[in-house]
Each structure stands twice: as structure tokens, then as C-alpha cells.
Design a protein around this ligand. Structure first.
Ligand code: P6P
Length: 334
């Protein structure tokens, strides 16, 4: 049940009973993400004013320059989840391996693990373009009270119990699902409260926006090239409009509201694409399907892909169902 202008806290309490596993832990987990989001939002919003912009001189396992805000966001989400003593493990784009949290303590009854991209689109930070945090939540598969293992993280996306993102844009929004639809909450920065602003978000079945980095066009497989040409062809309600922010969370969020498709295909430069399965594609795919959209690698449902490595990449196509299916048709028939 939801009503406009309900606070996130009220929404969680009112809908806790609809979550089949709930013992209140997942609610406390979402609440801890809410707190971390407000802390990170505060820093993101003043990034231009303090010396927190720019690379720290390190690179992460992806070989990408770590921006100071990347490191800050990573630390804040890990610290908040640790302090609330809710999860037994965390995996992050910014961490080479997963972090075990008190899972050797036989009294540790925590049953969730969180995987996250603490600040997605960080290359946009220095140019004041919106960025986001993406998170994915699973129940552990290893015995409660025992050590957390890599198997707790290498689960298929169809086992997720929650997923969401925070978009630090013209306004800051927390958008998440626990498997009962997608709801969006907008932060009122004056009082630090998230309010339900977008109840039951759904992708329009069709749309007129396609989001892809066309600078990679010559490196794409023929099927992807054929689909992009289809998008540009004047016929029926096409050509579509090309919109690509270079921030997955922002492109996804706009496409969910207006209708559209986002593609990060494989290419001769990136044989598995660029996006990471566990903490980018799986959570966005869970949200997409909960919002009547679709997400695949062009051939296989994202949430059915069997993970093999913590930081593995997969090709990613996501958005309005009919648009994704048209792209898949071009990729199958190439
Ligand atoms: P490119 C940001 O680094 C990101 O992971 C996504 O948020 C974004 O959609 C994509 O990569 C942009 O990548 O290669 O087009 O700059």
C-alpha cells in the first residue's frame, strides 16, 4: 500500500509485511542505505566546492582511476552497513574481493549480503553530470553463523531479494524494489527526508529514446549495427531520439519514466561489454522486470546468467519491453 508524500520510513513499515522473508532485517538494511545515500548526497552536491574532486591517484580492480568521491562513497556505504550490523558480507566495484563482516562470529545471525557500485558514472563527477549508486541484495547461501563465502555473492540475479539505485541528479532519488514493484522516493534536502514521489514506476511498453555510445559503432556486432540503423530510420514513429548521458543510472531512470532502451553491447574492444553483472546489470535488471521492462545480454535474460567471477562483465540491453525484444530480434537474425 502506498500514498503520495509518504516518507520512506513510513512506506517501509507499511509494506514490511508484504515481503515474504521479512523479520525486519531487510527494512533495517534499506534504512541503512537511506542514511548512507544522504551522507554521500551531501558530498556529491558540494563536490565542486571542496577539494574532493579528482583522482586519488589509485586505480581500482577495473583499472579505472578512482575518483575521491568513489572512494568516499564506497567507505560510507560499507561503514553504514557495518555499523548497523545487518549484513554478513559486502562486495563492491571498488574492492578487489568481498568483505566478510563478523561472519566468523557464530552469534552472527545476519543473513543478507550486499553488492554495490558505490558511485556509478564517476567519470561525470568533474563535469557536474549526475551519478548514482547501485545496490543488490541476496540472502546468504552459506550457513548462518559460519564464514561468508564467494558463493554467497555468485548467485543468479533471479535470487535477489532487493535492488535499487540512488540517482544524485537535479534532485536526489532512491528507487528500489523488494520484488513487489518499483517505487521512487525523492529527498527533501532541507529536512533530510525521502518522500514517495513515484509510486509503482513502470516502463512504457514502447518508447522513442535509444541510449548507446555510438562512438563504438564500428566495433559493434552486425546485429547491433543493424538495430541502431533501424532506430535512425524514418518509418512509423522513428527515427527515435538518441540520449546518452554516460551514467547508467541516469539513462535508466529517464528511460523508465519516458520509455526507451539502453544498450552497452559487446564490441571488438570489449568482448563482454563493459558493465558488471553482479552490481550493475543484475540490480538494474531486477528493477526493469519489476517495472514491466526487460533486460538481457541480447540473447539471455540477465537474471538467468550464472555468475563465475565477482567483477565479470556482460553485454547489457535494458528498457521498454517491446524495444528490447526488437533489438534482440536484430541480434538473433544477424
Ligand atoms: P562509456 C560509467 O562508467 C558506466 O559504467 C555507466 O554508468 C555508463 O552507462 C557507461 O559506463 C559509460 O561507458 O564507455 O560509454 O563511456
Amino acid at each position: 500500500m502506498s500514498r503520495k508524500n509518504q516518507t520512506l520510513g513510513e512506506f517501509i513499515i507499511e509494506n514490511q509485511s508484504s515481503f515474504k522473508y521479512t523479520s525486519g532485517e531487510l527494512s533495517r538494511l534499506i534504512n541503512s542505505i537511506r542514511l548512507a545515500a544522504k551522507v554521500v548526497n551531501h558530498e556529491v552536491n558540494k563536490a565542486g566546492l571542496v577539494d574532493i574532486i579528482g583522482a586519488v591517484g589509485d586505480t581500482n580492480i577495473q583499472g579505472e582511476d578512482q575518483q575521491k568521491l568513489d572512494v568516499y562513497a564506497n567507505e560510507k556505504f560499507i561503514q553504514t552497513l557495518k555499523n548497523r550490523n545487518i549484513v554478513c558480507g559486502i562486495a563492491s566495484e571498488e574492492e578487489d574481493s568481498f568483505i566478510s563482516i563478523n561472519s566468523q562470529d557464530e552469534n552472527n545471525q545476519n543473513k543478507y549480503v550486499v553488492l554495490m557500485d558505490p558511485l556509478d558514472g564517476s567519470s561525470n563527477i568533474d563535469v557536474n553530470v549526475s551519478v548514482g549508486t547501485i545496490f543488490s541484495v541476496f540472502r546468504r547461501v552459506s550457513p548462518v553463523g559460519g564464514p561468508v563465502t564467494i558463493d554467497d555473492f555468485l548467485q543468479k540475479g533471479n535470487k535477489q531479494v532487493a535492488a535499487g539505485y540512488i540517482v544524485y541528479g537535479t534532485s536526489t532519488m532512491l528507487v528500489y524494489t523488494t520484488g513487489d514493484g518499483v517505487n521512487g522516493f525523492t529527498l527533501n534536502p532541507a529536512i533530510g527526508t525521502f518522500y514517495l514521489s513515484h509510486p509503482k514506476m513502470t516502463f512504457p511498453k514502447d518508447g522513442h529514446i535509444y541510449s548507446v555510445n555510438e562512438g563504438n559503432y564500428i566495433h559493434f556486432p552486425q546485429g547491433v549495427k543493424n538495430y541502431i540503423k533501424y532506430c535512425q530510420m524514418e518509418e512509423g514513429d522513428r527515427p527515435y531520439t538518441s540520449r546518452y548521458i554516460g551514467s547508467l543510472v541516469s539513462d535508466f531512470h529517464r528511460n523508465m519514466i519516458k520509455g526507451g532502451i539502453y544498450l552497452y553491447p559487446k564490441s571488438s574492444k570489449n568482448s563482454n561489454g563493459k558493465l558488471r553483472l553482479l552490481y550493475e546489470c543484475n540490480p538494474m535488471a531486477f528493477l526493469a522486470e519489476q517495472a514491466d521492462g526487460k533486460a538481457s545480454d541480447g540473447f539471455t535474460r540477465i537474471m538467468d546468467i550464472e555468475p563465475t567471477e565477482l567483477h565479470q562483465r556482460v553485454p547489457f540491453i535494458c528498457g521498454s519491453k517491446n524495444m528490447v525484444e526488437k533489438a534482440e530480434e536484430f541480434m538473433r537474425n544477424a
